[in-house]
Ligand binder design. Structure first.
Ligand code: ANZ
Ligand code: ZN
Length: 871
């Protein structure tokens, strides 16, 4: 037996043993409860980073605990393997994307296996493999059949670097591509969409079912879906027989409309524009068409517009209002037309000031109208004139309607309803629910993705590729030049086919699918990953799903998580699934940060000085000698502040790395990598090693368990069972891995001081090793083995705590006089209020401090303190 803890000597050995024993294999259905633990699968970049290690460690601890608790667990891993980097590697280095990707997968799989994660590698899948994307294509055809996939010409986000379109979700709020970082341009193109908007209401409502998700993520999704309830109101156009329908969430302001605005793309722009304005309007529309959506809507950009010369009638007042065109009105939202109410909208206010348009206040602050007897009748028009307010800025708060005909005097909140009802009755408006969410643009003009499985036939139009011809394989004999878009478009032999329906020469669709489609259903494939006949066996998936614990990065709060929820609902409606939501509990882990050096005198990327070039005792720029700033920042290549997992593992072993990651910060928070703290965890594992091996070598002849435990034994037993309870609850309910590990430390300290001959000591040692198993699985199994056990610790039953042992015999009672703590005494734990007061009064402390004074009042806080109030 090694007297010293040597991770290198045991880790590989146990990994091999676990593999041979098949401990991580997914059990088949049984009456045991199931548990699905899942980390967001990685993109196979080729090298594992600390963020991965953190992510998978968290899931692994939970999976291991659940197995020991008697659950059948699935804990799979796969590869989100389509996407641009492979294609760029092909362009830069001439390596075929498939080859590059599979090499990276092999490399990363090896690195992952070195972590000793309890992953079932038999369910492994890669989204770029034909036996996976066959089913991605099949799912696409399900969407097509359900009327949820369609093509349309639309102004779309064009990434000029990656030369492809992007979904709205893939453009950040600075208007940049999520992948390349390029400022996205607008282009009018014919593209494929998934009708996620059909599910907007359910995606929003079902957020309530996700009790295991953080409010933060749910709020992000709710905001992205962006439900608003308002009205459509129709304004007849003077001189032509057409109406402009506007969408407004503030029908209560309709008496304050001073102009209407059409989006530049609105089909009515031509017919409302007068001869005099025609030339100027055309120029304006042309200019706006080059602007991105972000430029058009961002709050700090001035809003630009132009009058069309046309006029409409406000159906409520009968007054004429001018019709304008402006950049800030988007064609895709609402009706593509708005009513301008500068008095009550900040954006409209600026616009009106800019173009000298009238500002009519129709809502006043309740304070300002309090003096007037306002009743909702039209006769009081005279009175309302008195409430002439001029707020110098838009008044956007709720208030009382003024200057609003029959609605004057009503609160703006009630007026919304009343005005919509009136409009409905009169036939010029109706209630309207609107979502910000748009349909998901899923086609990409790139090669390395799943080809969209349709054929364009001159006779039949869009023809789905028959199921028997799936997968539509990606051709391998393509050339990557990086010019002229997707190489698929240039491959005549692949593009030209005959129509499966009529036999006429036809053409394949050359767009591939957004890689977010691949990841929207991978968790459904794991429980039946090798199925060649079907996308999956529904009974298996219904058995394992939903994922009980999902762990991944917050950057997917909207994108991947929203798409996966959408897919689940669609496949449910196709009869393939029997549940509504894919992920029961979601943990979004924080970033791993490294010690970073920054030269404040340098700009751009040059300001980051890689830590391997810096002397940490006196950090200076190696080129200029200038002193550097130290800070923690997310580990990245560009900052040169990364710590390679393999370096940590070869120095301390994977168990220490795991313990550090779990102990240093709660999983949702960022984690600062700190070598000294890694060292600390290594020392702790060494202490545990010594504790257990000393106990074994001592070979003391143990006393028989006695009915009457000594006081010290009772205390130790209480520490043991407190640890069991705390560790179980911390991991299961709260993800408090750090406090769970503190509990292990407490237990190991208690054991160091305890009597090794006691039978309770043996219980303590075994419990400590058992509780350590999910966190530091290798050392735990080795120690278990040294304790004389032949089965792996990971097949043991998780200890349950004895509630009786948790009850202390004595508690500490604090004694205060006039609220000031004067000391403490030990009292029986069961003592009631009266008894506590008696113990306190009789204590030496009380005698000393109360002597000669009159006790006015005694305040007893059971289990905690007694406070004497004296004269
Ligand atoms: C009149 C009004 C008065 C408005 C007022 C607001 C305040 P949400 O909540 O995001 O749905 N709007 C409608 N369609 C638009 C479009 N296509 N492009 C730009 N703006 C549009 O916002 C709805 C409000 O945004 C609508 O209510 C409309 O302006 C504007 F005191 O109508 B409102
Ligand atoms: Zn045809």
């Amino acid at each position: 037996m090694d007297s010293r803890y040597n991770p290198a000597a045991i880790e590989e050995k146990w990994q091999k043993t676990w593999l041979e024993l098949g401990l991580d294999k997914t059990p088949s259905a049984s009456n045991k409860p199931k548990f699905y633990a899942l980390s967001m699968f990685p993109y196979p970049s080729g090298s594992l980073h600390m963020g991965h290690v953190r992510n998978y460690t968290i899931t692994d601890v939970i999976a291991r605990l659940k197995r020991m608790q008697g659950y059948r667990v699935i804990h799979p891993m796969g590869w989100d393997a389509f996407g641009l980097p492979a294609e760029n590697a092909a362009i830069d280095r001439g390596v075929p994307p498939a080859k590059w990707t599979y090499q990276n997968i092999a490399q990363m799989r090896q690195q992952l296996q070195r972590l000793g994660l309890s992953i079932d590698w038999e369910c492994e899948l890669a989204t770029c493999s034909p036996d996976y994307y066959k089913w991605t294509q099949w799912i696409f055809l399900q969407f097509l059949q359900a009327g949820l996939a369609y093509q349309k010409e639309a102004a779309v986000n064009w990434d000029p670097i990656d030369q492809t379109v992007l979904a709205n979700e893939q453009v950040d709020n600075e208007g940049r591509s999520w992948r390349s970082g390029a400022i996205v341009e607008r282009k009018l193109l014919r593209q494929w969409f998934f009708k996620i908007t059909d599910y907007a209401e359910e995606l929003l409502n079902d957020l309530d079912k996700l009790t295991g998700w953080s409010e933060r993520v749910k709020l992000m999704q709710a905001n992205w879906i962006g439900k608003s309830t308002g009205a459509y109101l129709e304004f007849p156009i003077v001189g032509i027989d057409e109406k402009i329908a506007v969408y407004t969430t503030r029908p209560d302001t309709v008496y304050g409309v001073s102009y209407l605005v059409l989006a530049p793309e609105h089909p009515l722009t031509k017919s409302v524009t007068t001869k005099e304005q025609q030339a100027a309007v055309e120029v304006f529309i042309k200019e706006v068409s080059n602007q991105s959506e972000l430029e058009r809507t961002s709050e700090d950009k001035p809003k630009r517009g132009i009058p069309t010369g046309g006029v409409a009638i406000n159906p409520f007042t009968g007054e004429e209002v001018p019709i304008w065109i402006a950049d800030y009105v988007l064609y895709e939202y609402g009706t593509g037309a708005v009513m301008g109410v500068p008095a009550h909208d900040v954006r409209d206010f600026k616009f009106a000031k800019n173009y000298d348009l009238p500002i009519n206040f129709v809502i006043a602050s309740p304070d300002d109208v309090a003096d007037f007897e306002l009743t909702p009748t039209s006769e009081i028009d005279g009175v309302t004139q008195l409430v002439e307010v001029d707020y110098k800025q838009a008044y956007t708060e709720p208030g009382i309607l003024i200057n609003s005909g029959a609605f004057t005097g009503i609160s703006s909140i009630d007026a919304k309803q009343a005005i919509i009802e009136y409009a409905e009755k009169q036939g010029f408006g109706k209630v309207r629910v609107q979502y910000r969410l748009r349909d998901w643009l899923i086609s990409r003009q790139r090669y390395w993705g799943a080809p969209i499985p349709v054929i364009h036939c001159p006779n039949c139009g869009i023809v789905p590729v028959p199921d028997k011809d799936l997968p539509v394989q990606l051709p391998e004999e393509v050339e990557f030049t990086g010019r002229g878009g997707s190489p698929l478009t240039q491959l005549e032999s692949w593009v030209n086919v005959t129509c499966p329906t009529c036999g006429t020469p036809a053409k394949r669709e050359t767009d591939t699918m957004d890689t977010f489609i691949d990841s929207s259903w991978y968790f459904l494939r794991f429980p039946d990953a090798k199925n060649e006949q079907q996308v999956f066996d529904s009974s298996k998936v219904n058995d394992w799903m939903p994922v009980n614990q999902y762990v991944g990065g917050i950057e997917h709060a909207i994108l991947h998580l929203l798409y996966s929820r959408f897919f689940t609902k669609v496949l449910r409606d196709r009869g393939l699934l029997n549940f509504d939501e894919p992920f029961q509990r979601l943990l979004t882990q924080g970033m791993v940060q490294g010690l970073t050096y920054l030269n404040p005198n340098k700009g751009g990327k040059d300001k980051w000085i890689p830590s391997n070039l810096v002397n940490s005792a006196d950090p200076r720029d190696p080129q200029t000698g200038e002193p550097l700033q130290r800070l923690y920042a997310t580990m990245s290549k560009s900052k040169g502040n990364g710590v390679a997992p393999e370096d940590v593992i070869s120095k301390y072993g994977i168990d220490t790395a795991r313990m550090f990651i779990l102990f240093k910060a709660p999983p949702e928070k960022d984690l600062e990598w700190d070598e000294a703290d890694v060292e600390g965890q290594f020392r702790f594992l060494n202490r545990v090693w010594r504790l257990v091996t000393d106990y074994i070598t001592a070979g003391v002849s143990r006393k028989q368990a006695q009915c009457d435990l000594t006081k010290a034994e009772k205390e130790l037993r209480r520490t043991i069972h407190t640890a069991i309870q705390a560790v179980t609850e911390d991991v299961e309910d709260e993800y408090q891995f750090n406090t769970a590990i503190s509990e292990l430390m407490k237990l190991s300290n208690a054991l160091s001081d305890a009597d090794k001959n006691s039978p309770i000591y043996a219980e303590g040692i075994r419990t400590l090793v058992m509780l350590l198993a999910p966190f530091a699985p290798h050392i735990a199994d080795e120690l278990w083995h040294l304790l004389g056990e032949s089965d792996s610790i990971h097949t043991q039953i998780w200890p349950s705590f004895d509630p009786v042992a948790l009850v202390a015999d004595e508690i500490t009672l604090v004694i205060q006089v006039m609220g000031k703590t004067r000391g403490a005494i030990q009292v029986p734990a069961q003592a009631d209020k009266a008894a506590l007061e008696k113990y306190a009064r009789e204590s030496e402390i009380a005698q000393r401090y109360i002597e000669g004074k009159e006790i006015k009042k005694v305040i007893v806080v059971p289990g905690k303190l007694v406070n004497f109030v004296v004269s």
